[in-house]
Design a binder for this molecule. Structure first.
Ligand SMILES: NC(=O)C1=CN([C@@H]2O[C@H](COP(=O)(O)OP(=O)(O)OC[C@H]3O[C@@H](n4cnc5c(N)ncnc54)[C@H](OP(=O)(O)O)[C@@H]3O)[C@@H](O)[C@H]2O)C=CC1
Ligand SMILES: O=C(O)C1=N[C@H](C(=O)O)C[C@H](O)C1
Length: 244
């Protein structure tokens, strides 16, 4: 995602600050995105480098696509340095994440889903739950999500959609979610195109009435990363307008 977002930023004519980070100290030191050589720093340089970035680029927006176990420590550092950030990274302790931002009064836009059309679907599901609480009481929910094998956590988007079904009267045990990370199953059972095995997000929510006479299906299937990269750039521009 980091690379896709950097490429989308260049395509949109934004200035790319030539700095990125890795969780490893020993890492390839530069990558090129458009005409910009981006230097990659290890964790020990994180605070000093970000602090210099804050001084040198007062308009900067940090974009975070890292790993669930970095969510809280990264957010705390951005807040400490007063760096506005867009966080697409899922997982971590979400309540603590929101509290860190609120307590620091830093600016942040945080979402487990940056694809605007999927965000619109989740928003619709929220309205659905608010307008028709309990309308599906007695129904049974099954959820399947399939992502690239490197995804470490459960889909954050699925968790948000499930919260809407719960408002509609359908309780759900998160341990029952079918999480598919095996490429063979993705090809044969889920129907993910081969070229997107390493970057896809397929979600299926299936509701059935207690007597099995009625069923509903909701599905959102994303191939590749562009929907998130484009949404992230829109999010960064939106956040920047709030900050200035
Ligand atoms: N909100 C949204 O719409 C979307 C959210 N995501 C989420 O974004 C996150 C990243 O996804 P994705 O890019 O596919 O994952 P990848 O595993 O492909 O990339 C994550 C990168 O983060 C780096 N990284 C990990 N920890 C740190 C750290 N502490 N500091 C700096 N760099 C770090 C890793 O590099 P290295 O090994 O060098 O440390 C790795 O290259 C996941 O949580 C995913 O679920 C993904 C797509 C859309
Ligand atoms: O890791 C991913 O790829 C994605 N993660 C987000 C999530 O957990 O909901 C969004 C989308 O599913 C892609």
């Amino acid at each position: 995602m980091g690379l896709s977002v950097a490429e989308a930023a260049v395509l949109r004519g934004l200035h790319l600050v030539p700095v990125s980070f890795s969780s490893r100290e020993k890492v390839k030191r530069t990558i090129q995105v458009g005409q910009t050589d981006i230097r990659i720093y290890g964790p020990s340089a994180r605070e000093d480098v970000l602090s210099s970035v804050a001084d040198e680029f007062p308009d900067v927006i940090v974009l975070d696509y890292t790993a669930p176990d970095s969510v809280n420590s990264n957010a705390e550092l951005y807040c400490k340095l007063g760096l506005p950030f867009v966080m697409g990274t899922t997982g971590g302790n979400r309540q603590l994440l929101y509290k860190s931002v609120q307590d620091s009064k830093n600016y942040a836009l945080i979402s487990p889903q940056m694809g605007k059309q999927v965000v619109a679907f989740v928003a619709l599901m929220r309205i659905f739950g608010e307008q028709f609480p309990g309308a599906y009481s007695g129904y049974h929910l099954e959820v399947l999500e399939s992502h690239q094998a490197s995804k470490k956590d459960t889909s954050g988007t699925a968790k948000d959609v499930i919260a809407c079904f719960e408002k509609l009267g359908v309780p759900y045990d998160m341990n029952k979610m079918v999480k598919i990370r095996d490429p063979e199953q993705q090809l044969e059972m889920v129907g993910v195109p081969e070229e997107h095995i390493e970057g896809h997000a397929f979600h299926l929510y299936h509701l059935t009435s207690s007597d099995d006479s009625v069923s509903f299906e909701f599905q959102h299937n994303v191939c590749g990363r562009s929907i998130y990269a484009e949404g992230t750039i829109d999010a960064a521009i939106f956040l920047h307008r709030k900050v200035v």
